[in-house]
Design a binder for this molecule. Structure first.
Ligand code: FES
Length: 124
């Protein structure tokens, strides 16, 4: 189980574990680490908009709704200031992942711009 500390915003705000990207997002004032890949067909869940009641995220590709509670429960994480430490599941590498491009323990970092509604609003 990779344990990774990464920034909640800005450069390297996305951790890719076994080919699956994760970001820190905020919905209804509560932050959590979530998969940035839609369970439907891999759309950019980090660009999703919350529903009016903030219970689900609406994927921008085909408008499938994903439960925020389910996303929130998937990755245990603790935020301290501008960083968050998360425990990611062990998974086989996603299809199309190049193991040579992955860093230690299959983890790599990159930047993903979040939808404005998901971006961390708390002071860093
Ligand atoms: S890829 Fe997200 S709804 Fe289809």
């Amino acid at each position: 189980m990779p344990v990774v500390t990464f920034p909640v915003a800005g450069r390297d705000n996305c951790v890719v574990v076994a080919g699956i990207p994760y970001v820190y997002a905020t919905v209804a004032g509560r932050g959590f680490v979530m998969r940035a890949r839609c369970p439907h067909r891999g759309g950019p869940l980090h660009l999703a908009a919350p529903t009016a009641d903030a219970v689900r995220l609406v994927c921008p590709w085909h408008e499938m709704k994903t439960s925020v509670a389910r996303l929130r429960a998937e990755i245990p994480a603790v935020r301290v200031g501008g960083t968050v430490t998360a425990v990611f599941p062990d998974r086989p590498a996603a299809r199309g992942t190049d193991p040579a491009a992955e860093g230690e323990a299959g983890v790599r970092r990159e930047h993903r711009t979040l939808a404005p509604e998901l971006a961390a609003r708390c002071p860093l």
